[in-house]
Design a protein around this ligand. Structure first.
Ligand SMILES: [Zn+2]
Length: 424
C-alpha cells in the first residue's frame, strides 16, 4: 500500500543539497533510504528525463470553504492543487465565518481529511473577523492546528495591535503573514497608480501603500525579533526594503506570485477583470525588481494567491469586480519560465516551493530525506502545453492565462505515497 518505485529521475532535494539521477523508493507512504532496493512487486514509474522533486507547497491559497462553495471547495481546490503539482497548500482565513476561531479550523481540517486530495494546512486570523480591531485567540488557534496567522485580504492598520500580534505569535511559535496594504494610501484604488491608471481612468493603488506596510513589518519584526512574512510582494521598493532588512538579520521573509513577475499593468488596457488583483499588476520596473528579488533570494517563496471568483462576479465593470485570479494550475509553468531564461537555477526554484515554505511554517515537508512523508512531484520541465481554463479542476474560471502556451508541467503528484494526479 502506498508504495512505489520511481526509476531513473533527476532527484532534486534542496533541503538536503541533493541533485542526482537515481531511483526513489517509497514504502508505506514514506521515503526509503537512498539505495534501498525495491521489492519486485512495486508499481514502477519511469522518470527518465524527468525531475523528481519534494512535493510542492503553496503557502497562499483561498479554498473558499466554509461560506463560498460556489467559488471553490476544499475538494475542488485541492484537486486543482494536485493538477498543478502541489502536495500541500496553506488556506487563508477569509472564509465565512472567518477562520478566527477553533470551530472553523476544526471544520476545515475535517473536510480536508474527508475530501482533500492534498495536505491542507489552515492559517488562522490575526484579528477577530479580520476586522483589525481585536486580536483573535492566537493560542487557541495554534492548539487547533494553524500553521501561521494572517488577516490576508485585509491588513491590520493599527501598528500597536500588530506589534502585540507578533509578540503573541512568537510566544506560540507561529509565523505572522501579512497582506501589506495601507488603507488610506491605497484608498479605493483598483489599478497600479501610474501611466496606465491615468490613461485608462482607473483609480490608482500606489506602490507606496504596500511599501509603507512592508517597512512597518520590518520594524516590528526587528523589535519583536520574530518572523513576519510579507505576502504577494509586488513593488520594487518593497523588494529593496526586504533585501536591506535581511542583510541586517531581521526575521522578515517574502513571497511573490507568478502574475506579478509575468504581467504588468499594461494588460489592463482592455479592462479585462481577469487582470484585476490585489496588490495590482504593477509597472515593468516593479516586475523586473520582483524577479531580481527571486534571483538573489530576497524573496523566499512563490505562491499563487489562488483566488477563485464566480463568472458573474468578474463579468462586471472593472471598478466593481472582485480582486484575484485562480493560479494553482499555471503557477509551476510560469515560474519555470525563470529557469528557462536562466534567471533562477532549477534547484533554486524548487527550494522556493519546498524547503523554504516548509522551514518558514515549520512543516515536516519539503524534503526527500529517508523517513519523510512521500509527498513527491514529478515534473517534465520541457513539456509544452496550452492552458485551457475550461478544463480547470477549479470551480472558477478567472484566469488571465487561458490559451497561453506554457512549458513545463507536473506530470505526477504523489501525496503520502498515493498518486493523486497523473498526466494522461
Ligand atoms: Zn492578499
Amino acid at each position: 500500500m502506498n508504495s512505489l518505485h520511481i526509476k531513473n529521475g533527476r532527484v532534486i532535494d534542496p533541503a538536503n543539497n541533493a541533485d542526482e539521477i537515481r531511483d526513489l523508493v517509497i514504502l508505506n507512504g514514506k521515503i526509503a533510504a537512498a539505495g534501498t532496493s525495491a521489492p519486485a512487486k512495486l508499481e514502477t514509474i519511469d522518470a527518465t528525463g524527468k525531475v523528481v522533486s519534494p512535493g510542492l507547497i503553496d503557502l497562499h491559497v483561498h479554498l473558499r470553504e466554509p461560506g463560498r462553495s460556489d467559488k471553490e471547495t476544499i475538494e475542488t481546490g485541492t484537486r486543482c492543487a494536485a493538477r498543478g503539482g502541489f502536495t500541500s497548500v496553506v488556506c487563508m482565513p477569509n472564509t465565512t465565518p472567518a477562520a478566527d476561531n477553533t470551530g472553523t479550523i476544526a471544520f476545515i481540517k475535517q473536510r480536508a481529511a474527508e475530501v482533500g486530495c492534498v495536505n491542507v494546512f489552515p492559517a488562522g486570523a490575526i484579528t477577530k473577523e479580520l476586522k483589525g480591531e481585536e486580536l483573535a485567540s492566537i493560542g487557541s488557534l495554534k492548539k487547533a492546528g494553524v500553521v501561521a496567522i494572517t488577516d490576508d485580504g485585509h491588513c491590520v492598520q493599527n501598528n500597536e495591535l500588530m506589534r502585540r500580534a507578533v509578540e503573541y505569535a512568537k510566544m506560540f511559535d507561529l509565523p505572522v503573514m501579512d497582506h501589506c496594504q495601507d488603507y488610506n494610501l491605497a484608498g479605493d484604488g483598483v489599478a497600479h497608480e501610474g501611466y496606465w491608471s491615468v490613461t485608462l481612468g482607473l483609480r490608482g493603488w500606489p506602490a507606496v501603500a504596500e511599501d509603507v506596510i512592508v517597512a512597518r513589518n520590518i520594524l516590528l519584526a526587528e523589535l519583536a525579533d520574530w518572523y513576519i512574512h510579507c505576502q504577494h510582494v509586488s513593488s520594487a521598493r518593497s523588494v529593496e526594503l526586504i533585501r536591506e532588512a535581511k542583510k541586517r538579520g531581521v526575521k522578515i521573509t517574502a513571497e511573490a506570485c507568478p502574475h506579478h513577475f509575468t504581467l504588468t499593468d499594461e494588460r489592463l488596457k482592455d479592462y479585462d477583470t481577469n487582470y484585476k488583483m490585489n496588490p495590482p499588476l504593477r509597472s515593468e520596473r516593479d516586475r523586473v525588481a520582483v524577479i531580481e528579488g527571486l534571483a538573489d533570494d530576497t524573496i523566499d517563496c512563490i505562491a499563487s494567491d489562488h483566488a477563485p471568483h464566480c463568472n458573474y462576479e468578474k463579468e462586471v465593470e472593472f471598478d466593481l469586480a472582485p480582486f484575484g485570479i485562480i493560479g494553482l494550475e499555471t503557477e509551476l509553468a510560469l515560474s519555470l519560465d525563470l529557469v528557462h531564461k536562466n534567471i533562477l537555477s532549477l534547484p533554486q526554484l524548487i527550494k522556493k516551493f519546498t524547503a523554504n515554505p516548509a522551514s518558514l511554517l515549520r512543516l515536516a515537508k519539503g524534503t526527500l530525506a529517508a523517513g519523510a512523508d512521500a509527498d513527491i512531484t514529478i515534473i517534465d520541465t520541457n513539456l509544452e502545453w496550452v492552458y485551457d481554463v475550461q478544463q480547470s479542476a477549479s470551480k472558477s474560471r478567472n484566469s488571465p492565462f487561458h490559451g497561453w502556451n506554457l512549458r513545463g508541467k507536473a506530470i505526477m503528484t504523489i501525496v503520502g505515497g498515493k498518486i493523486v494526479w497523473r498526466e494522461s
